[in-house]
Design a protein around this ligand. Structure first.
Ligand code: APR
Length: 231
């Protein structure tokens, strides 16, 4: 019997920043270094699959070289102590899993590969290339299992149910720049949840939250989890 959702936590790139993985929109963010239109859309992949694979191979290597930080470990501790906690992440790294949490990856995962011909999914190799054959149908139509701009995020029905059910919605380390994730706080609030934003700076949706904790995630998140678990 799955417990009723008590707490929904949504994480963004800010939760992995102190593990050395860049964010997207901060001063030195990823989208200030590369053009989204060239590496993170279905059109970019159709136009130049080798360039897109190279971009995600670089990110996959960086994610594998990074370690979960105190915020990832605190959220895993929360989920283990409170099984009614649902963790949704916009991040495609596997730092939540490596800390012992069980996240819902709404934007896919660097650790996953997908066949565009047959829909088969498997564990991505360190380096992917347009010449890879699908282990299922042998077609040379493999792609990173990442949700690109213009594509529908994963698990949206399940996420909507959790947002309707939860008593508390917490956004951690996200700028609120990208929908539908940026609207989750308002959705949970409309269903009666209390909302909390834990971030290094104000986000695009800060005003919509009931409470705010400001500071680096490796300090603010463990403190918050301790307060939730120790009353
Ligand atoms: N601790 C807490 N928050 C931090 C830290 C930190 N150490 N460092 C940065 N932040 C905050 C920033 O203040 C910012 O609000 O994390 C947020 C990062 O915002 P973005 O770079 O926009 O990342 P994110 O919100 O995850 O982006 C959402 O956009 O590009 C797409 O698919 C991509 O999933 C991503 C989505």
């Amino acid at each position: 019997m799955t417990p009723k959702t008590g707490i929904v936590v949504l994480t963004g790139a800010g939760v992995s920043a102190e593990s050395g993985l860049g964010t997207f929109r901060d001063t030195d963010g990823l989208w200030t270094q590369v053009n989204i239109e060239e590496v993170a859309t279905p059109e970019a992949f159709a136009r130049d699959p080798a360039k897109v694979h190279a971009f995600y191979n670089m990110r996959r290597g960086k994610a594998r070289a990074a370690d979960p930080n105190a915020a990832h470990h605190a959220l895993a501790r929360l989920q283990q102590a409170r099984p009614d906690t649902v963790l949704i992440t916009q991040n495609v790294d596997d730092l939540h899993e490596r800390a012992g949490a069980a996240p819902i990856h709404m934007h896919g995962a660097l650790a996953g590969a997908l066949c565009q011909a047959c829909g088969h999914r498997w564990a991505a190799p360190e380096v992917m290339s347009p010449d890879d054959a699908c282990p299922g149908c042998a077609a040379r139509a493999t792609r990173p299992d990442i949700v690109w701009f213009g594509e529908m995020p994963y698990h949206m029905e399940r996420i909507a149910e959790h947002l309707q059910e939860c008593d508390l919605f917490v956004a951690i380390g996200t700028s609120g720049a990208v929908y539908p994730a940026a609207g989750f706080g308002a959705e949970a609030a409309m269903a009666g949840a209390e909302t909390l934003e834990i971030n290094l700076a104000a986000s695009d949706v800060t005003d919509g939250f009931d409470r705010h904790i400001v500071g680096p995630a490796t300090q603010t998140v463990p403190d918050w989890v301790d307060r939730v678990l120790n009353g």
